[in-house]
Design a binder for this molecule. Sequence first.
Ligand code: TXA
Ligand code: MG
Length: 329
Amino acid sequence: MKTKIVTLEEGLEEAVGLIKGGDVVAFPTETVYGLGANALDKEAVKKIFIAKGRPMDNPLIIHIADKAMIDELTVDVSSQARAVIDAFMPGPITVILKKASCVPDEVSAGLVTVGIRFPKHTVAREFIKACGLPICAPSANTSTKISPTSAIHVYEDMQGRIPLILEGGDCQVGIESTIIDMSGDTPTILRPGAITPQMLASVLGEVKTFSGEIVVAKAPGMKYKHYAPSCEMVVASSVENAINAYNEHKALNPVILAKSEYIAKAKSLIDCNYIDLGKDDEEVMRNIYASMHQAQNKYDYIICQDFGDEGVAKSVMNRIEKASGGKRV
Ligand code: TXA
Ligand code: MG
């Protein structure tokens, strides 16, 4: 199969045709690129799992371009859930709700709940609207690889496995959506993202963050290894530790990923390879996956700054901890 990259103008008709014909299409969102299919077509949904090499017990989230669709796909939406939907959709959040019977088990992996996401990206919205269907989509990467934040990332990872990629530029948020479970009595964040616990608490009063060990598949994806670059990656607790690790691994052609200020300090101490992630945490969030893609293509040992646990930095660290397998220097 040949994989094409097209703009919305060139390729919308073809993309809609593929979705209606039961095939998959990669498309941009503000968080990461997704690999979409008609959420109501079991056979189309299966193609996503095959293209990604994703375990079938890991459920997919459904993307919509119109809030009215929520009532078709879910039941028993609480007033608290509505408040979250009104405050943050469209935007980088996925809300877990009780599913309606029209949602196939292939999408929800047999769970009684389903994740709903209304992306803000105009290409995503126009694509979903033109399909006129709910579109289920995981991130458009093969299982365990780094999530894609550009059409080229999708192409490098998935060429030959999918027919079409809609081009939509670089993702402006840069990490996957915040997932909040609103299907039970206590709103619980299952995956941190750009919508922080503080922002959610301003609407809900109180919100819990899931931190338990995954035994039963509550947030099934959490039990799988994720976001891993193809070479070793470590988190450095200080600039000094970063430099020591750099010197010890010189034979591997290492690279330091950090904020501008940190890079400036490292460069004043040694001559090193580096990728500047930007000045603030929002920029770091936007650039982190792209920098991991770049680093794994060019270097063999990645040393990453510890960005701390304030606001979105904590969400970024959640991804970095997984990418590094918790390894620290
Ligand atoms: O930003 C995003 O959310 C991107 C873009 C494409 O929208 N999508 C994305 O999908 O990150 P995916 O499949 O890579 O991650 C969704 C996560 C998985 O870890 C999955 O296990 C979890 O959501 N999930 C899906 N449905 C669930 C449910 N009903 N209950 C709990 N967790 C669920
Ligand atoms: Mg993913």
